[in-house]
Design a protein around this ligand. Structure first.
Ligand code: SAJ
Length: 475
């Protein structure tokens, strides 16, 4: 019986975290900082691309890019106290009471949207080979519903010869961290903890409770935890798609979507919420662009054909993905319409693309919506100069350091990211830089005041600005 094995083993004292990335590192540091636990190993493959992290972490230095408040100090503290060390020797897993896996699960490619679990399965096999009775295994990676009780459980059992739920505890506790707030998120967010059985859920709760400050453990089954994680991002993507579609409607009806948003949002009262998000040039990142497809695969695999749904209709959530992925195309069409009004064809035109990262005031470029937009313009023979104050480089895409380098002689200026710097651009200065009587300006993130630009002779287009997009050109 698992409860007997856990009783024999006693409370969790020694922990392992596999995958020293932006999820594993803060998790390991927080476990190590808890007086409840005795020792934490961070496991990192000594691979050419990330083996360097091992030495860095053992010096108490964080290999993560960008600001992570408190992380470096915490790593210094726990390494100095010899409560945390990093190793590539996976055989040391056998010394542990609990091990978590925070290994990335990217999609193989954008087309078939099949997740690449190879790195995660390699980590799982390492655990299986070193598993002993009474241990707890927790998957933190974002995974397709059905993975914990499916391929993960099977791999652990076949590698170890032990049985999940009888000899060892197995659970899924999805990460909910945002870069820039890693430690705070782990301490303050509620933690979904889903075991393959009650005993596993309880054991996993013992592991996470000590690191939570304001957050609480929310227990459920492993599969419910997998669905919670993927669906919480699916719903955010859906909310964004809902207001993106409304923005397109408002453009077609000649009204300002932001007036409508303010109006709808004014409906207040107990339990009344419309959770209106913001329309924009598209949805990027590695969460919202993927998690819907994890959820969809989950219901196909686990649902085993028992799903009762509208015959022949696409999933609402996949349709939401398609609407959000349409927004860069809409930006492309707005640009071409405006160029046409300026008497220009895209061929040979110069476009200043402002914003390459997928998120405002961030350097994160994963799945940026700016990329399909740039590709479409280049296919039309336009020249695209990309500027982004946070992004220094991107494979195959030259990024100019100064906005002037992008805007000089440009036929169109197009805003894709809501970076602070783009909030108060100097319109007359920009117009002079273009050297055009009627330069185009396309605002993908509601950063600009349309009348300022229209009054200067710009040809303006804005997402959701049906009230301005057909404006008369001012000479
Ligand atoms: N976006 C919009 N309109 C909005 C909000 C976002 O177009 O109203 C776009 C952004 O420009 C970006 C994309 O959507 O291109 C994603 O933005 P995001 O704010 O959702 O940021 P992410 O992708 O980093 O999402 C993360 C997720 N966190 C985790 O997975 C742990 C998500 O669950 C969080 O809700 C989100 O951060 C957050 O709220 O900050």
């Amino acid at each position: 019986m698992l409860s007997d094995e856990l009783k024999k083993r006693g409370p969790i004292r020694k922990i392992g975290v596999i995958g020293m990335g932006y999820v594993g590192i803060p998790a390991a540091a927080l476990f190590a900082d808890s007086p409840v636990f005795e020792n934490v190993f961070g496991f990192q493959r000594d691979s050419p691309s990330s083996g360097y992290k091992i030495a860095m972490l053992n010096r108490g230095e964080s290999p993560l890019k960008g600001e992570e408040p408190g992380l470096e100090e915490l790593l210094q503290k726990v390494t100095a106290a010899k409560k945390f060390s990093c190793t590539s020797d996976f055989s040391r897993i056998r010394e542990l009471d609990a091990v978590t896996l925070s290994i990335q699960t990217p999609f193989l490619n954008k087309e078939d949207l099949l997740p690449d679990f190879s790195a995660l399965m390699e980590g799982i096999r390492h655990v299986g080979k070193n598993l002993s009775p009474g241990m707890l295994v927790v998957l933190e990676s974002t995974i397709t519903p059905g993975t914990t009780t499916g391929i993960a459980r099977e791999a652990l059992e076949s590698e170890s010869g032990l049985e999940a739920g009888t000899d060892f505890a197995l659970a899924h506790a999805p990460e909910r961290v945002m870069v820039g707030r890693l430690l705070r998120n782990i301490r303050e967010h509620d933690r979904i903890v889903g075991g393959i059985d009650e005993t596993s859920t309880r054991r996993a709760s013992e592991l996470y409770s000590p690191v939570l400050t304001t957050g609480k453990v929310i227990p459920m089954t492993a599969t419910a935890a997998e669905v919670t994680k993927t669906a919480e991002n699916t719903f955010r993507d859906l909310q964004i798609a809902a207001i993106n579609e409304l923005a397109l409607y408002c453009e077609a009806m000649g009204i300002n979507v932001y007036d409508v948003r303010t109006g709808i949002d004014s409906l207040k009262g107990e339990g009344i919420t419309r959770a209106m998000l913001w329309p924009g040039a598209g949805v990027g990142g590695h969460c919202l662009t993927k998690d819907t497809y994890h959820l969809e695969r989950g219901v196909q695999v686990l649902g085993r054909g028992t799903l009762d749904y509208l015959k022949g209709e696409p999933s609402l959530y996949v349709l939401a993905r398609h609407i959000n992925d349409f927004m860069p195309t809409h930006m492309f069409r707005l640009t071409l319409d405006a160029l046409k009004r300026a008497g220009r064809k895209p061929k040979g035109a110069k476009i200043a693309l402002l914003g390459w990262s997928f998120l405002s005031n961030s350097d994160d470029t994963r799945n940026t919506p700016s990329e399909p937009y740039r590709d479409a313009l280049i296919a039309e023979g336009a020249q695209v100069a990309v500027h982004d104050p946070y992004v220094a480089e991107y494979p195959g895409v030259p990024i100019v350091p100064f906005i002037e380098d992008a805007v000089k002689e440009a036929d169109a200026i197009v805003i894709f990211a809501g970076h602070h710097q783009y909030k108060n651009l100097d319109a007359p200065y920009l117009r002079n830089l273009t050297g055009k009587r009627h330069p185009v300006i396309v605002d993908g993130r509601n950063m600009l005041d349309p009348d300022t630009y229209i009054g200067l002779g710009f040809i303006y287009k804005g997402i959701g600005r049906g009230d301005k997009n057909g404006h008369a050109v001012v000479d």
